[in-house]
Design a protein around this ligand. Sequence first.
Ligand code: AMP
Length: 441
Amino acid sequence: MSFRALNLSPQTLQAVHDAGYTEPTPIQIAAIPLILAGHDVIGIAQTGTGKTAAFVLPILMKLAESVRAGRAIGRPRALVVAPTRELVVQIEENVRAYAKHVPLRMATVFGGVSERPQIEALRSGVDLVVATPGRLIDLMDQRVANLSGIEFLVLDEADRMLDMGFLPSIRRIVKALPQKRQTLMFSASLSHEIEQLTHQFQQSPKMVQIGRRANPVEAITQLAYEVPPHLKSALLLHLLGDPKFDTVLVFARTKRGADKIARRLESSGIKTGTIHSNRSQNQRLRALKDFKSGAVRVLVATDIAARGIDVDGISHVVNYDFPMHSEDYVHRIGRTGRAHAIGDAISFITPEDQGPLRSLERFIGRGIVRKKAEGFDYNQAAPPRDERGRGARVRQQRIEPRLPGNSSRGSGDAPHGQIGWRFRNASSNNRPPRRSYRRHR
Ligand code: AMP
């Protein structure tokens, strides 16, 4: 299937060609014709499937058509609402790339930065607005954002928006829009709540569901490296010794943990950025920009801050701390294997992560291979105290029962300075998932 067969305009085809895409992804093949035909669409697809282009391309085409027909008006005509600032910025980048050859203007609206430039952009007249719900409502209340001319509404990552408690804000926004409009909604999963949203906000929507095969999670090599907690940073440094790890997104559970990892990498001469909610919006955008440009090789992120990060060509995602929820795992590793690029996802697994790892295998419906990192000395002593910091000292106390002379929890047969926790045979662990995963499909 070629983009040409989707009846895209010559300008849009050119933009797609400039972006380097050779063929549409399944969500694009399914959704673009429906959107061009004027239907409301509910798209069930995860990040990484090409869903942004699936809604941006036809909307841009429709906007450009009526600009040419002389029907442009001073108010925005298309509104994309997304849960996080990072996602808004990512959508903006997509729009700018795809709108290169059409005379359209856009504005982004999100919190954490000054309102002034956003107000000025809206006042100057734009065709398309990409916004997070909170700041958009602030600007509606100030009568800066006039949504009475909206013809196209997109609710992106609708499931995330519900999780984040944005439903009342979305209701207020939708109330301010004309009844007659085309509404597109995208969500990673189809839940009862999402179905209710479509009933409230859409008219006879067509559903487009991208099956598991197109799920990027399927395409990614997923590995679990079992590692005692005190050797995690040593293992990360060991992996980074391999030049194939050239654009690495590392996930930490906490902000402090993320800062600590970054300090350790920086002190070993590896250029590292961090992105978490204690950093200002500008610091986060800067870190993302440096990561995208290759100025930093590693970006350490927490789950919330990383939502919606879109960086092409991430070579590896490393779950330094195993995610608390299986959904977070899917979101994390969706950062690699984007559309057609395929990367590896590696999870560090400590003894206490074994249970969550098994739950995850049921959730994603496949086993994850446990591996030992080649050439890594699993018997090395813990790094000196000053390198480990306070958090590591606490962790080390937790593994003490595994050391010789204290066999209450562990095997207790390791020589001093080694851990007595054994790696299980990879093949015996790579078992088929249990049947209950079907519930999650
Ligand atoms: P998303 O829209 O978040 O699912 O992300 C898709 C990623 O794949 C983005 O980095 C896009 O630039 C890229 N992409 C989208 N459509 C295509 C395509 N047809 N071919 C190759 N890459 C694509």
